[in-house]
Design a protein around this ligand. Structure first.
Ligand code: SF4
Length: 520
């Protein structure tokens, strides 16, 4: 059976996975995800003048389920598609997009259409997290329908580019919605040091991005003698006052997500995946991995959402108690040997010391800011980001976000004027925080954001990076560095437009890029 998927950075040969996904996705599941996508276009068509709460939910859930490393379970994809078809018919019915029209056609149009679809998949993840906290934005919700219908419509290259910029601004609204949902539920993050030591006794490791799932689990494990550790993109949870108040939220387990198959082996604790990035589990630990929400993998126990939106994590808790944890405290380190990770430098915090930042820039103590952020991945070329941060001169500050920071977040780079030289702003969606800081600084310095001493050095892996990149371009940010490779779904002509119009720059070497940025 063949397949076609080129949606993530690790796609086979830098072109497309056509026989088997490098991520472990089978052709069968990949084709089912394509069918689901085409059915969602049908739903968007049927819901043109009369959407419904169920259609809204399905649009987010269906798109999110097709994000890389989220759902490998063909039965769950089939079940989602059946719900999409039923709702589409209830709304009056419409034709689905033809499968052959999803990834084929004129190379540039396929590239632009795919960029929109992949951006929509990324935005669906953010909208979903806000939705689980009871927040929706009508403009954002409506745009899912508009964007999905657009996949079946004819447009010129110029019109596609305009639509992508419109989408970028909508995604900014979606990130603002999630920022509001998270901060209103859990407070504004504060800087915290997070330990990488796992204490003796039963424990659960929570991976993914869903703070709502983490909060429910923290409540259900209160006084049960089970400690909770974050993993990957869940690390920034430690900064939120309403989450950090739980004394059994102890620390962070593991380094980068792509090391899970090695780091989870024979660990005497349970693992809960709330979103991506799940890798096919090995036999040495698959009996202790649980999924929830849109995540799925054949054979793993899935924690369902009840009618009232709550979940019963008893199976996860019982597994942690059965495994018993380590007999003694275990000292783990980050990839550079550190045992403490700093997080919690979200917009409120950074803007709270804006005067200090502005003075430090004016006095020359801070020469430049780098936002080194984005996803991590398995390719050796990603070492670029560790080296870049290590080589950045001492009078520069590194802002970071998303999981790419596991390449360097255990480094101690010291301080400038009382400010740490590395500041972790949070998860990938906290790009919103970084944008707010950049806009506030541009106002303070009375200059265009592109005139700030700030350079974005991004690493991408999956589709949330696509929607964030489109937002940054729509906001007019120029000269962004991107790596470790250029997306396979950018045709050469589309890439040329992005390079010419926005100065999008593929990374080269840390030395050469630092030299070019700092004009040395
Ligand atoms: Fe390949 Fe990435 Fe698609 Fe997985 S998600 S099949 S690795 S392109």
């Amino acid at each position: 059976m063949s397949m076609f998927c080129f949606q993530c950075e690790q796609t086979a040969g830098g072109k497309a996975c056509t026989k088997m996904g490098v991520c472990g996705k089978t052709p069968e599941v990949s084709n089912k995800q394509d069918e689901l996508t085409c059915a969602l276009v049908g739903l968007a068509r049927a819901a043109k003048d009369k959407s419904s709460a169920e259609a809204d939910r399905l649009m987010m859930e269906g798109l999110f389920a097709t994000v890389t490393n989220v759902n490998f379970d063909g039965n769950r994809i089939d079940a989602l598609k059946a719900r999409v078809e039923a709702e589409k018919n209830r709304l009056g019915g419409a034709e689905n997009l033809r499968l052959k029209d999803l990834w084929t056609g004129d190379e540039d149009i396929v590239s632009l259409r795919s960029t929109l679809l992949l951006g929509l998949r990324g935005m669906a993840a953010y909208a979903w997290h806000a939705y689980t906290l009871g927040k929706q934005n009508e403009k954002v919700t409506k745009w899912f329908y508009k964007g999905m219908r657009a996949l079946g419509e004819e447009r010129t290259v110029e019109e596609w580019l305009d639509l992508l910029m419109e989408f970028g601004m909508i995604n900014l609204e979606c990130m603002a919605l999630l920022d509001e949902a998270n901060t209103s539920a859990y407070g504004h993050p504060v800087p915290v040091k997070v330990s990488t030591i796992v204490e003796k006794g039963p424990f659960i490791v929570v991976s993914g991005h869903d703070l709502h799932d983490l909060k429910m689990l923290l409540e259900q494990t209160r006084d049960k003698g089970v400690n909770i550790y974050t993993h990957g993109e869940m690390l920034p949870a430690h900064g939120y006052p309403e989450l950090k108040k739980y004394s059994h939220l102890k620390g962070n387990f593991g380094t980068a997500w792509q090391n899970q198959q090695k780091e989870f082996q024979n660990v005497p604790g349970a693992f809960l995946f709330t979103t991506n990035c799940l890798m096919p589990p090995k036999d040495t630990y698959s009996d202790r991995v649980f999924t929830t929400a849109v995540v799925g993998y054949p054979g793993l126990v899935h924690i369902e959402t009840k009618e009232d939106g709550t979940k019963d994590f008893t199976p996860v808790i019982e597994k942690a108690l059965e495994l018993g944890g380590y007999k003694e405290d275990q000292v783990f380190t980050g990839i550079n040997g550190g045992t403490e990770l700093m997080t919690g430098f979200a917009r409120n915090n950074v803007l709270g010391v804006a005067d200090k930042v502005i003075d430090a820039v004016k006095s020359g103590a801070i020469r430049h800011f780098f936002l080194v952020g984005g996803c991590d991945g398995a390719k050796p070329g990603r070492n670029y980001y560790t080296e870049f941060v290590k080589l950045a001169p001492k009078d520069t500050v590194i802002l970071t976000l998303a999981c790419g920071k596991f390449r360097f977040n255990d480094l101690d780079l010291g301080t400038i004027g009382g400010l740490p030289r590395i500041m972790d702003m949070g998860q990938c969606n906290d790009a919103y925080s970084a944008i707010q800081v950049a806009l506030a600084l541009s106002r303070a310095f009375d200059c265009d954001v592109n005139e700030l001493p700030l350079t974005l050095v991004l690493s991408w892996y999956e589709q949330k990076a696509v929607c964030i990149l489109l937002t940054l371009l729509a906001l007019g940010l120029k000269n962004i560095y991107i790596g470790p490779s250029v997306p396979a779904f950018f045709s050469s002509n589309v890439l040329k437009v992005l390079v010419d119009k926005f100065g999008l720059t593929p990374i080269s070497t840390p030395e050469a890029d630092l030299k070019a940025i700092l004009g040395e």
